[in-house]
Design a protein around this ligand. Structure first.
Ligand code: F6P
Length: 324
């Protein structure tokens, strides 16, 4: 293998740049030609591909976003789109790929490998942490810390006015950001899609809060089966029927995707980037390089996207126990 390419795809995540840097420099270290594909699968289809050097990734380890840009490509979902992408790679002689992204990225990579056989190793890049085969995904730690910073600030004003705040965090269909920011932020409740949310429990607990605790923080994962933070707030408000209680909703949104990656994300990204290139050279393919218990593991794409990654049930117990 002499020429490989790297791309980022799907929702960007802080630490993707650190991962690109590790891929580029590991490739150069091993004597490979390395190319950057811009805008994920879209750029692969259009041939938006440029040779990268060591200096191409200077001064990016600390930056959020992705210098290669990202996209969610509809065309790559079609056989015609994938054929165009393959032709573009063939014309440059690219023999291996590193795909940085989440489940959508790996679903595409798996299909592409099955059809065209270009060796591909993935790196888990998503703030959602919903990828099986790695303890954490690149960007998750930064997103949790961003959410936590916002929750701390909301807590100040919630306490000053004795208000109940419903704070909606990202995570798509997973509750990892909600659970970790809920523990760290001292939330009274955390509602996640992985478990059935109980409105009556929230209503009864809010009614019975001890006098000194008239403000509360309730974290709602965006994928919760009862709906958005706004919907859930309304359900609770309608049942409490206490005009003296003041309810507010804050949706944190895309601030959770940006910002400087934390040290943990930079280290994880650098390790996965190096492991992806070395994995390709060692003959691993159609799999993702992740870190489990501190060790690099290569997990087949089919498991990364097919196996559920459960949240730790002890964490939910912890939130409940510490909120008394
Ligand atoms: O997958 C990352 C993520 O930020 C999810 O948490 C969220 O549901 C989604 O992407 C938002 O996507 P978009 O940026 O396309 O609105």
């Amino acid at each position: 293998m002499k020429k490989i390419a790297v791309f980022t795809s799907g929702g960007d995540a802080p630490g993707m740049n650190a991962c690109i840097r590790a891929v580029v420099r590991t490739a150069i270290y091993h004597g490979l030609e390395i190319y950057g594909i811009y805008r994920g699968y879209e750029g692969m289809i259009e041939g938006d591909i440029k040779r990268m050097q060591s200096h191409s990734v200077s001064n990016i380890v600390q930056r959020g976003g992705t210098i290669l840009k990202s996209a969610r490509s509809m065309e790559f979902r079609t056989p015609e789109g994938r054929k165009k992408a393959y032709n573009q790679l063939q014309s440059l002689g690219i023999e291996g790929l590193v795909a940085i992204g989440g489940d959508g990225t790996f679903t595409g990579a798996k299909l592409f490998f099955e059809e065209y056989g270009i060796p591909t190793v993935g790196c888990p890049g998503t703030i959602d942490n919903d990828i099986y085969g790695t303890d954490y995904t690149i960007g998750f730690d930064t997103a949790v810390n961003t959410a936590l910073d916002a929750i701390d600030k909301i807590r100040d004003t919630a306490a000053a006015h004795d208000r109940v705040f419903f704070i909606e965090v990202m995570g798509r269909d997973a509750g990892f950001i909600a659970v970790e920011s809920g523990i760290g932020g001292g939330a009274e409740f955390v509602l996640v899609p992985e478990t059935k949310s109980d409105i009556d429990l929230i209503v009864n607990s809010l009614k019975n809060l001890r006098k000194s605790k008239s403000s509360s923080i309730i974290i709602v994962a965006e994928g919760d089966e009862l709906g958005s933070a706004q919907t859930i707030m309304q359900l609770v408000k309608d049942r409490i029927k206490d005009p003296s209680k003041d309810f507010k909703v804050t949706t944190l949104g895309h601030i959770q995707r940006g910002g400087k990656p934390t040290a943990r994300d930079r280290v994880l990204a650098s390790r996965c980037g190096m492991a992806a290139v070395e994995g390709l050279l060692a003959g691993n393919t159609n799999c993702m390089a992740g870190i489990i218990n501190g060790q690099v593991f290569y997990t087949p794409f089919k498991d990364c996207i097919g196996q559920p990654k459960p949240i730790v049930s002890d964490h939910l117990k912890l939130i409940h126990l510490l909120s008394i």
